[in-house]
Design a protein around this ligand. Structure first.
Ligand code: GLU
Length: 505
């Protein structure tokens, strides 16, 4: 009986199939030929969230059959990035290259059951056939090599030309009809088989191709759901055929739409950091923010929540909320989310994350852990990246710092009147009792009233004097934490600086 795919009633190829359990089993299957980039990390995350939400298992398979392009270093980088994101696999990672024998057995099984046939032609001979076809205005198709299109094996055997030891590749014989499946993202999906040529499953050197290895491994690992980028969509009909030919039920497929750069082109190196870890190392991004950001690239919780931690995501995740259209990578949103996560994080956690940045910009900070905690507790509310946390914390520790040019231009426009206001502020800061945020605010506002100017006209220049920048947490909290002595010192230093401006031109 032919089924809906149009497959002919050939015997099922005989290979061992693991028992499928009812709990979902998913895998992330990167090729270790490059860093774990944003797209790969998102695929890993969706698999992880699905597994955790459903009580299933999340597995890692390193697809390292391409010996030349794969490296142990990339495998390590992928695993350390996953560890950083908190995406721990539930079983030891599987290395695809270890399954070579099983892949060959699957290929043999397909051959023996008539789903595949031998091709003795060399690559050069195939290239010649391609050239000939081209010259005749045709497209070369492997299926033209079939001696017996009806389905008996033995095709292309003639090419042995009396050499019984000649190596052969195995080609999958794509049957007539259509191949279809229910895609959890795209719904019912069908491919007309006439558009799919016969394809190699085992090369003449005995190595399996991706299409076969992936199916053999997914069957062996009892994978129930394949969640991956939709760049694989055109592979899926071939894989669905192999599953069915091997007598296995295909898994549920969920093809996740791709991620675009801000220019509308597919996200790539051109658009910035290549590895997800570079966002931590070079841009001060927290793992919680990265995970949150990746989750929202092509998925939505179905309400207007945006700031979510891993447990919120696990709870809300489902395949039917994966969006059908491509998503756009928005670096500003990542920074914004990072700021949101920073402000929620415990200061002690941030201290440990920010240590190396801090040792550069505020070497003394580590000597006073208690004060460091207080400072981080304050600056985390305004910083968007770990670098900003360190930069905003530095003025509380280090003696000297530069005034940001933009802040000076904006808030110290008139050096003379600014210096006069700062002198008055020095008086307030020296005398206010008790020296706390509430009293300081009261006294500063009183001074603004006396001078008949808005409080902002005092606050902005004071901020530049205290921290050298236009952005900081609330100025009164900054004053309180900086302390009377250091604050007055900073104001005096600013006045000296301002006094030199006209002289320097
Ligand atoms: N190794 C493939 C890749 O890196 C993934 C294969 C799959 O998920 O089926 O794109």
């Amino acid at each position: 009986m032919a089924d809906a795919t149009g497959l002919q009633p050939a015997p099922k190829a005989k290979i061992a199939i693991s028992d499928q359990t009812s709990a979902p089993r998913v895998r992330f299957a990167p090729s270790p030929t490059g860093f774990l980039h944003v797209g790969g990390a998102r695929t890993a995350l969706f698999n992880y969230l699905f597994a955790r939400h459903t009580g299933g298992s999340f597995l890692l398979r390193i697809e390292d059959t391409d010996r030349e392009r794969s490296s142990a270093e990339m495998t390590e980088q992928i695993q350390s990035s996953m560890a950083w994101l908190g995406l721990e696999a539930d079983e030891e990672p599987v290395h695809q290259a270890d399954g070579l024998e099983r892949h060959r057995e699957a290929a043999d099984a397909l051959l023996n059951a008539g789903y595949a046939y031998r091709c003795y032609l060399t690559q050069e001979e195939i290239a010649e056939l391609r050239e000939e076809a081209k010259a005749d205005g045709r497209v070369f198709r492997y299926r033209s090599l079939r001696l017996d299109p009806a389905g008996e094996s033995g095709e292309a055997e003639v090419a042995r030309e009396g050499d019984p030891d000649r190596p052969f590749a195995l080609l999958y014989r794509v049957p007539d009809g259509v191949t279809e499946w229910e895609d959890a993202v795209h719904g019912h999906t069908r491919f007309a088989n006439e558009n799919l040529d016969d394809f190699i499953i085992l090369r003449s050197d005995g190595t399996p191709v991706y299409q076969l290895a992936v199916v053999s491994d997914d069957i062996d690992m009892a994978i129930t759901h394949v969640i991956r980028g939709d760049d694989h969509l055109s592979n899926t009909p071939r894989q669905v055929m192999i599953y069915r030919a091997l007598g296995a039920e295909p898994p549920v497929f969920a093809h996740v739409p791709m991620i675009l750069g801000p220019d509308g082109k597919r996200l790539s190196k051109r658009h910035g950091a290549t590895s997800v870890e570079a966002y931590r190392d070079e841009r001060g991004i927290l793992s919680a923010a990265m995970v949150n950001f990746l989750a929202l690239l092509g998925w939505s919780p179905g309400d207007d929540r945006e700031v979510m931690d891993l447990s919120d995501l696990i709870e809300a995740f489902s395949l039917d909320r994966i969006l059908k259209k491509s998503s756009v990578f928005d670096a500003r949103k990542l920074e914004w989310l990072n700021g949101q996560h920073l402000s929620r994080l415990d200061a002690a956690v941030i201290v440990s994350e920010v240590q190396s940045d801090l040792s550069e910009v505020a070497p003394g900070a580590a000597d006073d852990p208690e004060r460091l905690l207080q400072v981080i507790g304050l600056v985390k509310t305004r910083a968007r990246t770990l670098g900003e946390v360190a930069r905003q914390a530095a003025p509380f520790f280090s003696g000297d710092f530069d005034y940001e040019e933009t802040a000076v231009r904006k808030h110290w426009k008139d050096p003379i009147s600014t210096a006069i206001r700062l002198a008055a502020l020095a008086g307030v800061v020296s005398e206010t009792e008790p020296f706390d945020a509430t009293s300081l605010e009261r006294e500063l506002r009183a001074l603004a009233d006396t001078l008949e100017i808005s409080a902002a006209k005092l606050i902005h220049p004071l901020r530049v004097a205290l921290v050298g920048a236009a952005v900081s947490p609330g100025i009164f909290e900054v004053l309180e934490l900086m302390g009377r002595e250091r604050s007055v010192e900073r104001i005096e230093h600013a006045r000296e600086y301002l006094a030199r401006i006209p002289a320097d031109g």
